[in-house]
Design a protein. Structure first.
Length: 170
């Protein structure tokens, strides 16, 4: 099983599920799941008894993918919350907390944003005229790519005066 803090649910391949739980029936899943590029088709879900390091067993919901290819079972955030409630601290994940010199200080959102702005001042500068030094970009196009030309988009009426002023000042 692979810990995936980016996954909200635990996910197992159907072939692995059949091998490990041959007599368990799947229920129709009550949720829809997707990854960054496409929906994930679920075969079903079931409740399994999970025991971690000899602690008392918990009954947790396991989701099974329709994908016929076998993949590492993902242990998602909801199982992490149930099995290891302090997992964020253990993994060093900072959410509205600043960790400095091994001590943690809780702060509110505004202070957190201000702290980030002051610590990484160059990232948050308003001056858009700075260039990135020591970086070269490459754009790869397909050999059969055909350029597409569009009429310029109209400038929103509310911005026209400030754009005219900017053009005149240049």
């Amino acid at each position: 099983m692979e810990i995936d803090t980016g996954a909200s649910i635990p996910l197992m391949s159907f072939s692995q599920f059949q091998r490990l739980f041959p007599s368990v029936m799947l229920e129709t899943p009550k949720i829809r799941v997707s990854n960054i590029s496409a929906p994930i088709q679920l075969k079903g879900s079931c409740v399994v008894e999970v025991n971690l390091s000899g602690k008392s067993a918990q009954k947790l919901e396991l989701f099974v993918s329709e994908n016929p290819k076998e993949f590492s079972t993902l242990l998602g955030r909801n199982w992490l919350e149930a099995l290891v409630p302090d997992w964020r601290e253990r993994f060093g994940i900072v959410t509205n907390q600043v960790t400095a010199d091994f001590s943690t200080i809780d702060i509110d959102n505004d202070k957190f944003v201000e702290l980030l702005k002051s610590r990484f001042e160059k990232v948050f500068t308003i001056d858009g005229k700075q260039t990135i030094q020591g970086f070269e970009a490459h754009i790869l196009l397909k050999d059969d790519a055909v350029p597409i030309f569009h009429k310029a988009y109209p400038v929103p009426f509310a911005l026209r005066a400030s754009i005219d002023d900017e053009i005149e000042s240049s």
